[in-house]
Ligand binder design. Structure first.
Ligand code: ADP
Ligand code: ZN
Ligand code: ZN
Length: 653
């Protein structure tokens, strides 16, 4: 009787053998019993013998042919090994939920082919043309490109043309975009231009739609797969090119369970498939800049905005002498001028809710979450204090629990309060607020965006969600509020992220017609970063940061891994990492540094205490050898201390 080796989604780095009546396709799903449960597994091999006795039988074969084909399996094996993550969890995490649950792999609704496509009404620029030709000259083998184009330089136009060229050869193209960059506008730009089926894979779809898209990618019917990070795992039998748009964006990194970077994995997938890879952005990450300096990526530059549009004029407003609240007088005057001209204005503030602090003016007590080391955020429309870390809610206290006075007030601004303040300054202007609270309902975001795209003069208030990708043609001015937290952050990447954010947000202004205007309010107007942001010299700024990282031997000049432990008992959490550190230090490896354990910047989250242990080396192989040692020995330690832990390879937070 044949035996099959099966991967199951359990936190163990091993596979399991089962008896079967017949051979089963490698990559197919089976139902098997595991402990007292019935679970879905993936067949990895058929074999004659097993080192185990008393094997159970496969309960049901769910697929005749492979769901995960050979190239995807190889890719996922690579990822599991690199991220030191259990193979079963990796394989099952790479599939849409309905397949994971054992549902039938059948397409419900086929996406139609476009009946007609629209051609653009402009000529491409010389810069665009040069980039397209350089990429297409290297399409028959692996080659990495950095498409570094300023905001509004027409990168998407470059993607569209090379995608069509690849499609014309009967191949498929995978396009990865950031979580919040996958707007209906982006999807329709691809759909209306390309003579192929375009399927989207993102979180706004329901499970049936996600499965359909996955299966159309897998059977080759979809010419283009346009998706957020998990789309990197979509099987595509004729894959001819991978594009990663806004490669610097943090959302390509998964921050729970299987912590992969879709941007980093795109290199491996392109190499394994032997196809070109394009990383596009206006603000390359330092990792990508270094890759282009090391000639691992060929850099193509679009230095000018498309269609004779100029870059916006950026200026600072010094908030040290401002006592009028969130909006300076000067900013309000500038807004009035733009609105009087029938233009749109956008204000960016990266905090939702009404106010981030609820405190006592007498004794400076402030309302904190009972379960986290974090302040509660006041939300006015529900009159509740909410914790943005664990989701806990409570009624605002009426009197101060410390001094008993009725002297509690809010402090600071979130989108909700900004909207309220704006409506008193601009009673006759429509205000459109876009944040997680106003877009929770499906289609709400699309409705807001439609309103903005109608072009009517309005004020748009928004968070991160508005920072990138959008192309609003009547938006003349962007005001950036309250970014100073970025200067105080403990993350060594904070200024890199802040510069990228400022340039991306600024890039929304003045994308057609007259020059746009960007105003940044800050209490640190003398910070050297602004010199570069104001004069649009991101590359020089980033090169300076790279030099600092090199002399400090920090990423991307060194490789890091984070071991994070958490437990309800603080001591257990810390002790676990102490023991791990002891174990790792006993391994003779001079070129791996071990730091910690140290408490996380937010030590308590949802009643669990978080501690970190950092490993760093300039020798990637040495680091990974040490991680392998850890993986071999960790189970013994964990059982003793009742601790949850995770490993984050190449952490970014
Ligand atoms: P990016 O992705 O680099 O931010 P987009 O591709 O969104 O820029 O282009 C910005 C705008 O310029 C779009 O409206 C696009 O249609 C237009 N555009 C692109 N290329 C050209 C060109 N060569 N001439 C005129 N307009 C162009
Ligand atoms: Zn008090
Ligand atoms: Zn909390």
């Amino acid at each position: 009787m044949p035996i099959v080796e099966v991967a199951i989604s359990v936190p163990l780095a091993k596979t399991f053998d089962y008896k079967s009546d017949c051979e089963i396709a490698v990559g197919a799903r089976v139902k098997v019993s595991f402990g007292t449960k019935k679970v879905i597994g993936i067949v990895l091999a058929n074999k004659e013998k097993s080192e185990f006795t008393r094997l159970k039988s496969v309960i049901e074969i769910l697929d005749e042919a492979a769901i995960l084909d050979k190239p995807i399996l190889n890719f996922l094996f690579w990822a599991a090994k690199y991220y030191h993550h259990p193979i079963g969890e990796v394989l099952l995490a790479a599939m849409p939920k309905n397949l994971r649950l054992g549902k039938e792999a059948k397409i419900k609704k086929v996406t139609g082919l476009p009946t007609k496509t629209i051609e653009p009404d402009f000529e491409i620029s010389t810069e665009q043309d040069t980039a397209i030709k350089a990429i297409l000259a290297n399409q028959s083998a692996y080659h990495g490109f950095l498409l570094h184009g300023v905001t509004g330089s027409g990168k998407t136009e470059v993607y569209l043309r090379i995608t069509q060229a690849i499609l014309d050869q009967g191949k498929q193209v995978l396009v990865l975009v950031p979580e919040i960059g996958l707007t209906p506008q982006m999807i329709s730009r691809f759909e209306s231009r390309l003579k192929t089926r375009v399927v989207a894979i993102h979180s706004q779809l329901n499970e049936t739609q996600k499965l359909d898209a996955y299966l159309m990618a897998k059977n080759g019917d979809a010419g283009v797969v346009l998706g957020t990070r998990s789309a990197i795992f979509a099987p595509m039998p004729n894959l001819g090119m991978i594009i990663v748009d806004e490669e610097h964006d943090g959302s390509f990194k998964q921050q729970s369970s299987f912590r992969y970077s879709a941007r980093d994995l795109s290199f491996i997938r392109a190499k394994q498939a032997n196809i070109p890879l394009i990383l596009g952005t206006a603000t390359p990450s330092l990792e990508t800049l270094k890759n282009s300096m090391d000639n691992k990526l060929t850099r193509l530059t679009l230095a000018n905005r498309a269609g004779n549009v100029v870059m916006p004029k950026v200026s600072l407003i010094d908030m040290r002498s401002n006592f009028d609240g969130a909006l300076s007088k000067l900013l309000i005057e500038k807004m009035q001028r733009q609105l009087a001209n029938n233009k749109q204005v956008m204000l960016f503030i990266n905090r939702r809710g009404y106010a981030p602090v609820y405190f006592c003016t007498e004794c400076s007590w402030k309302s904190e979450c009972n379960h986290c080391n974090a302040a509660m955020v006041y939300h006015r429309h529900i009159n509740r204090l909410k914790c943005h870390h664990c989701g806990d809610e409570k009624m605002p206290e009426q009197t101060c629990p410390d001094c008993g006075e009725q002297s509690l007030e809010v402090y600071g601004y979130g989108t909700e309060r900004l909207e309220e303040t704006l409506s008193s300054h601009f009673p006759d202007t429509p205000i459109i607020r876009i944040d997680r609270d106003t877009t929770r309902r499906k289609k709400a975001l699309a409705q807001h965006l439609d309103k903005i795209n109608s072009g009517e003069p309005c004020i748009i208030v928004g968070t991160q969600m508005l920072a990138k990708g959008h192309d609003f043609s009547n938006l003349a001015m962007v005001g950036i509020l309250d970014i100073d937290g970025g200067f105080l952050s403990t993350n060594f990447r904070a200024t890199e992220y802040l510069a990228q954010l400022l340039i991306q947000v600024s890039g929304r202004a003045g994308r057609s017609g007259e020059q746009g205007e960007v105003v940044i309010q800050t209490r640190y107007p003398d910070h050297p970063m602004f010199n570069y942001v104001l004069s649009n010299r991101y590359t020089q700024f980033a090169s300076g940061l790279l030099k600092q990282r090199m002399s400090a031997m920090m990423p991307p000049f060194a490789y890091q891994a984070l071991l994070c432990a958490n437990a309800k008992n603080k001591k257990n959490s810390e002790d676990f990492l102490r023991e791990v550190a002891g174990l790792l230090k006993s391994v003779e490896m001079d070129n791996v540094e071990i730091w910690g354990p140290t408490p996380n910047s937010i030590e308590k989250k949802a009643d669990y205490y978080y501690f970190n242990l950092y490993l760093q080396s300039n020798d990637r192989a040495a680091l990974h050898q040490m991680l392998a040692t850890f993986s071999q020995h960790v189970d013994g330690i964990k059982l003793k201390n009742k601790v949850r832990w995770y490993l984050d390879v190449d952490p970014i937070e």
